[in-house]
Design a protein around this ligand. Structure first.
Ligand SMILES: Cc1cc2nc3c(=O)[nH]c(=O)nc-3n(C[C@H](O)[C@H](O)[C@H](O)COP(=O)(O)OP(=O)(O)OC[C@H]3O[C@@H](n4cnc5c(N)ncnc54)[C@H](O)[C@@H]3O)c2cc1C
Length: 420
């Protein structure tokens, strides 16, 4: 708009091309453009993938039952023994633990509940826009900008993650214990065993890896580098390569399929479409100020209040500190600091034969050669659009590159970060 006075979508193809090229030519702007084009191309790419090679219709199994109530149907004032904010990896485990201990638990989730059957019915682009906060375009401003997509749904980011389940390495647990005094790091293995049982974690069998994973294994073998199919929480995975827009077969054990059903069976209730505005505090308590409940907003703008002596804030890494600060609990000097993000890069190789990476497991093989240096290589078969991670260019040039994605094999590398 700033360049032409008109929206990009309102321009003809040639004008559009001119604008994006001139933007890309400006020093410093290209990384920003790359960050913006990643979610857009991912969404467009998953559409193309289905268009070119429509997946056979899948008969999704019925999901285990959850007790979900939209915020609009929840009373304006209620009470609970414990309130959990956020229904992702952390919130689900907290809810299950508290409910199993006999407490009345209410989980508040800003997003909606999506069934596995709905993933099979709906186009990837629709799912993408619904399942991610800000349509997946959340990024950290910096040089370079880092795309930081997060989920917003019952199940949180686990609904859209790749299902790779690495155990916390021993040296990391030791660092938590020795440097930060995190005593629970001792004996962490027992808890991880339990988590793996709950999430049904197992090495991915070879037969569904697909061309991208098999190439990664062959390449690593040729180099003499240690590599193996990844351990994932997706028993019976059929290689739909759609983990990042909601598994359409229900194989991936996101927490709305694996942890929250147990929580609900033990009496926990989930309020959907409820954005928690702040944690209520009782400032005059005998032992000083303490949490007394939460105030949340419904989609129509009205508010609801749940009074509870115990509040667990599990709104994710980015939103938990913001919520605490909004609640006037921002006094701790470390609140909102020390974020660590394991940045990921991606590399593509063009082959003489079709790889068709999107037929198989999205994240399939781990190459551990550089793990000691904190670099983990993972064969990540991106749906076509995701190859913008590695393909240069904008406009028609990028479109031409995208036409050849069938012959691309892609590896991702995740670089271990430490809190600053
Ligand atoms: C594309 C992608 C792939 C990934 N792949 C992997 C992988 O293969 N392996 C792996 O281990 N990790 C992976 N991750 C990361 C992993 O999924 C997250 O680390 C994990 O889900 C974080 O759990 P959490 O409970 O902290 O937050 P989340 O799971 O993000 O849950 C937080 C929830 O809180 C809700 N919420 C936030 N604010 C409010 C509010 N004010 N009121 C009410 N609700 C609120 C959100 O809507 C969300 O549902 C991936 C992430 C992404 C984006």
């Amino acid at each position: 708009v700033a360049r032409t006075g008109r929206r990009l979508s309102a321009l003809g193809p040639d004008d559009r091309e001119r604008v994006v090229r001139s933007l890309a030519a400006r020093p410093g702007l290209l990384p920003l453009l790359d960050a913006v084009k990643v979610p857009l191309l991912l969404a467009a790419g998953t559409e193309r993938m289905l268009h070119h090679a429509p997946a056979p219709p899948v008969s999704a199994p019925a999901d285990p039952p959850l007790d979900c109530t939209p915020a609009g149907d929840w009373p304006t004032r209620s009470t609970a023994d414990a309130v959990v904010v956020g229904s992702g990896a952390g919130g689900a485990m907290a809810a299950r633990t508290l409910a199993a201990a006999g407490m009345s638990v209410v989980v508040l989730e800003e997003g909606a509940h999506h069934s596995t059957a709905s993933f099979g019915r709906r186009a990837p682009l629709d799912r993408f826009l619904d399942l991610y906060r800000d349509g997946g375009a959340t990024f950290a401003v910096g040089s370079p900008p880092v795309l930081l997509p997060v989920g917003r749904a019952v199940g949180g980011t686990t609904v859209v993650n790749s299902g790779t389940c690495y155990r916390t390495p021993d040296q990391v647990a030791e660092r938590w214990l020795n440097r930060y005094g995190f005593a629970a790091a001792e004996g962490l293995g027992t808890h991880l065993d339990e988590v793996e049982r709950t999430l049904r974690v197992a090495p991915q069998p070879l037969d569904v890896l697909g061309g991208n994973g098999l190439l990664a294994l062959a390449g690593a073998e040729a180099l003499g580098w240690p590599a193996a199919p990844l351990r994932r929480n997706a028993p019976g995975c059929r290689g739909s390569c759609q983990c990042v827009v909601g598994c359409p077969t229900g194989a991936k054990q996101s927490v709305q399929l694996s942890v929250l059903p147990d929580a609900c069976a033990a009496g926990a209730r989930i309020v959907t479409h409820a954005r928690v505005l702040r944690v209520l505090t009782d400032r005059d308590g005998p032992a000083g100020p303490r949490a007394a409940g939460v105030l949340a907003r419904r989609p129509d703008g009205s508010e609801l209040e749940i009074l509870s002596p115990l509040v667990v804030v599990a709104a994710g890494t980015l939103h938990t500190p913001a919520l605490l600060r909004r609640s006037g609990l921002g006094g701790h000097p470390r609140l909102g600091r020390n974020l660590s993000v394991h940045p990921a890069i991606s590399v593509a190789g063009r082959f003489g034969h079709p790889v068709t990476g999107w037929k198989g497991v999205l994240q399939s093989v781990g190459v551990e050669r550089m793990r000691g240096d904190g670099v983990l290589i993972e064969a990540t078969a991106a749906p076509p659009g995701m190859s913008s991670f590695v393909l240069p260019g904008v406009g028609r040039e990028l479109r031409r590159e995208l036409e050849g994605t069938e012959r691309l094999a892609t590896l991702g590398a995740m670089v271990a970060d430490r809190p600053s």
